[in-house]
Design a binder for this molecule. Structure first.
Ligand code: HEC
Length: 125
């Protein structure tokens, strides 16, 4: 019994440590990695479809910098993987926050294409 528990535990740890396969992640959304458009993401990053709200409102225009939540004023660590290796390391976290942040920023969920554009853009910056 103990042995099985340990095996399950190790599998869990292993799944967490595995790097995200982005191609597969985008496929799971129904998007095609060869069509990723980071220029579009760059434009959308600062665009306000709802007055006073864009991705940059909380994450700033420089992904290597700290941001701050526009409502709670709580600090947000940089999104750039280059300065914050903990970013884009968990599929669960990526999905959760994209859903929440798109709803907050645009009052709708982002399309698979938009989500892929954003993640590829973040990876570049
Ligand atoms: C109201 C403030 C706010 C806005 C606006 C916002 N975010 Fe975020 N975002 C957060 C917070 C808070 C977190 C989670 C806290 C953390 O991980 O530091 C987060 C986390 C994320 C993550 C998770 C990264 C990871 O792997 O750790 C991604 C991706 C992301 N945001 C993308 C976006 C995009 C794209 C937009 C624009 C559509 C956006 N955010 C707009 C506050 C915001």
């Amino acid at each position: 019994m103990k042995k099985y528990f340990l095996i399950i535990l190790l599998c869990g740890v292993n799944a967490y440590a595995k790097p995200v396969n982005f191609e597969k992640l985008y496929q799971s959304w129904g998007a095609d990695i060869t069509k990723a458009d980071t220029k579009k993401a760059r434009t959308m990053w600062t665009q306000e479809f709802v007055a006073g709200r864009s991705c940059a409102s909380c994450h700033t225009n420089n992904l290597k910098r700290y941001g701050a939540h526009i409502k709670t004023k709580k600090k947000i660590k940089p999104l750039s993987v280059k300065v914050n290796p903990k970013r884009l390391a968990s599929i669960r976290k990526i999905n959760k926050w994209l859903k929440r942040n798109c709803k907050f920023t645009y009052k709708r969920e982002c399309s698979p294409q938009e989500k892929m554009n954003f993640i590829e853009f973040i990876k570049q910056n």
